[in-house]
Write a protein that binds this ligand. Structure first.
Ligand SMILES: NC(=O)C1=CN([C@@H]2O[C@H](COP(=O)(O)OP(=O)(O)OC[C@H]3O[C@@H](n4cnc5c(N)ncnc54)[C@H](O)[C@@H]3O)[C@@H](O)[C@H]2O)C=CC1
Ligand SMILES: O=C(O)C1=N[C@H](C(=O)O)C[C@H](O)C1
Length: 277
């Protein structure tokens, strides 16, 4: 871990990482500290966390970096030019309001957001840029485009299923990535995912509805994230697959988004905008 990173360069955009003790939070803190284009100015954890008051570098088992862990989101976010947020839907909504007030870029990786959460985020995005994606990796965002194309090229006699696998700690299903892939497949068919999505199967489900899109979720061990889009018809199958083996791919995407967003106006953006796909 670098020592007192970029503190002599106050002109660099200041980043606050939320959920800094989490799996993604710690990865983000590490990679922001290594990035020559950004300064880490805040590390937020949930109220009551035992890292509060410690230097984030030391709390993570390394050298001091000059940023004290806090649960005071109001103060931390007020001094940020970007907030990188991989937490929970409820926490993300609260951070969105504060980030919009600070006119800073809010990069959101949090998944499991429902329609009410999305409506609240749209309101915050009227004041400052929000860049949100269920998966921030280059590979998955390319796969989204491929999925749309393949779905558009194949007729309804090709059944579409999205299968995902994640570690045992993941709390939402289907994953944000699986939903992105399902949405792309539905778009390829000129529809929305709400039109085509099959509810989770359990019990006597009856035969598959023609043209529907199904989801299956596997949870176990330390799987970082695996996604298959299966196109199946009589006599053949196409499988589009992405395997994540390192959370750094998501963190790199989020950091790229925080930098990209610095000269953008209010509005909602995604990784296709950031990556120019
Ligand atoms: N979009 C993407 O590329 C990716 C998205 N994710 C999503 O990011 C989220 C987090 O994933 P993980 O890091 O694996 O989970 P995690 O559970 O390890 O980390 C979440 C952290 O947020 C903290 N937190 C909760 N409420 C908070 C609050 N009010 N203030 C500050 N911190 C708070 C928790 O204490 C925890 O440390 C999930 O929704 C996951 O699906 C994960 C990886 C990639
Ligand atoms: O919770 C995770 O770990 C991940 N969540 C994202 C998702 O819901 O798709 C992205 C990645 O698959 C890891």
């Amino acid at each position: 871990m670098s020592d007192l990173q970029n503190t002599d360069q106050p002109q660099l955009p200041g980043v606050v990482v939320t959920g800094a003790s989490g799996r993604m939070g710690q990865m983000l803190v590490r990679l922001v500290l290594e990035n020559p284009e950004l300064r880490l100015v805040g590390a937020l954890v949930r109220p009551g966390h035992d890292w509060i008051g410690q230097d984030i570098g030391m709390a993570m088992g390394g050298a001091a970096v000059g940023v004290i862990v806090s649960d005071d989101a109001v103060t931390a976010i007020a001094q940020a030019q970007a907030v990188i947020d991989f937490t929970t839907p409820e926490a993300t909504l609260a951070f969105a309001e504060l980030t919009a007030q600070a006119r800073a870029v809010h990069v959101i990786g949090t998944t499991g957001l429902g329609p009410d959460h999305l409506a609240a985020l749209a309101a915050s995005a009227r004041h400052a840029p929000i860049i949100r994606a269920g998966n921030m990796s280059l590979g998955v965002n390319l796969l989204v485009g491929l999925t749309r194309k393949v779905a558009a090229a194949l007729g309804e006699d090709w059944d579409i299923e999205v299968v995902e696998a994640h570690h045992r700690h993941k709390v939402d299903a289907p994953s944000g990535t699986a939903l992105m892939l399902g949405e792309a497949a539905a778009e390829g068919r000129g529809a929305t995912l709400d039109d085509l999505r099959t509810p989770a199967r359990d019990g006597i489900t009856g035969p598959r509805a023609p043209g529907s899109i199904g989801f299956a979720a596997i949870r176990g061990g330390d799987v970082v994230g695996e996604h298959d889009v299966i196109f199946a018809t009589s006599g053949e199958r196409i499988v589009l697959r992405h395997l994540a083996t390192d959370r750094a791919i998501f963190a790199r995407g989020a950091i790229r988004a925080a930098i990209w967003g610095q000269d953008k106006g209010p509005g909602e953006y995604d990784m296709h905008d950031v990556l120019g796909l």
